[in-house]
Write a protein that binds this ligand. Structure first.
Ligand SMILES: [Zn+2]
Ligand SMILES: [Zn+2]
Ligand SMILES: [Zn+2]
Length: 320
């Protein structure tokens, strides 16, 4: 990881790509167009409305139609993963709200909390299928981040393998644990909260920080204060706290960085291995501010033109 001070820039110097996606007048995710998606596998319907009809707050549908097949998802980190899973796997879309024009930043905390609970419910259901070792939960916001539809949605992919980005974190966490008998993420959180320079926002149960080895400008990690290896085993008040933090954080990101496209990925333990003491679930947010050049991907080094201290300061001080 290289933090290049020569290439250091202020946020306003980035050539920003706004998170705009061409409006689709025939959006298959809007209320009243339920017949355009495969039948729902899960929904929140407050008044008990019939499945696959209007009256829902959130729907989860299989991703089986061409408009979304092209949405590969996980940016370059997950490249290749989808080829390897050919044949088995579940790919589902969480339609976060019936309202086409909302975003995670403009939804209420209750609405964001609903998205998190839907993720938890789907993970708990899908993990009963022993073929799956991992479920990737992610959101691509804005065209440059890979979203093909404007309507607020996130995705879930159940895999028969553990993706590399998680494998590497777990292997590192195991090494730390075998040296120190402590969780590396708990250690990191403790150090960051003491030093404060890279802390962005704090919530009752969650902390947002700029990781000291940030690979991308304004990369942000959201970590639960309580040690827990699995996202789906978080407590209800932790999801509430995460919903509040996400809303506040994305509001600041939009303000400071002019509503950039972003990728949001939940990092959680695989089902296939025991990680109770060593791993610590968290959320990674990557605003898409610069196009990462071939150099970084080819060599494995990342040149990040904004230091994490500077990024944390900009977001901390952003007026919402
Ligand atoms: Zn829509
Ligand atoms: Zn921990
Ligand atoms: Zn991670």
């Amino acid at each position: 990881m290289i933090i290049s001070t020569d290439r250091r820039k202020r946020p306003s110097d980035f050539r920003l790509e706004r998170a705009e996606v061409v409006r689709d007048d025939y959006c298959p995710f809007c209320a009243g167009r339920e017949e355009l998606t495969p039948p729902e596998v899960f929904a929140y319907r407050p008044n008990g409305a019939a499945a696959n009809a209007p009256g829902w707050d959130l729907r989860v549908v299989p991703n089986k139609f061409p408009a979304l097949q092209v949405e590969g998802g996980l940016d370059r980190e997950g490249e290749g993963m989808f080829d390897r899973m050919n044949g088995i796997g579940a790919h589902e879309v969480v339609i976060e709200t019936p309202d086409h024009h909302k975003t995670l930043a403009t939804m209420t905390e209750t609405e964001i909390g609903r998205v998190l609970s839907a993720f938890r419910e789907r993970v708990r259901d899908l993990k009963q299928d022993r073929r799956f070792r991992y479920i990737v939960l992610f959101k691509n916001h804005g065209g440059p981040a890979g979203a093909t539809l404007e309507h607020p949605h996130s995705q879930l992919i159940a895999l028969p393998i553990v993706p590399d980005f998680v494998r590497e974190e777990i292997d590192g966490a195991r090494r730390h644990f075998s040296d120190k008998e402590r969780c590396v993420f708990c250690d990191l959180l403790r150090q960051e909260l003491a030093a404060r320079r890279r802390i962005i926002l704090e919530e009752t149960e969650m902390v947002a920080l700029a990781p000291y080895a940030a690979r991308f400008p304004f990369e942000t990690w959201i970590m639960p204060r309580r040690h827990e290896c699995r996202f789906e085993d978080a407590a209800p008040h932790e999801y509430d706290s995460l919903a509040r933090l996400l809303k506040a954080l994305l509001g600041r990101v939009n303000r400071a960085l002019e509503s950039p496209p972003y990728n949001l990925i939940i990092h959680t333990s695989p089902f296939s291995e025991e990680t109770t003491d060593v791993y610590h679930w968290h959320v990674e947010l990557m605003p898409r501010l610069t196009n990462v050049a071939g150099f970084e991907w080819g060599t494995g080094f990342y040149i990040n033109p904004t230091s994490p201290e500077e990024a944390a300061k900009v977001l901390r001080e952003a007026k919402v």
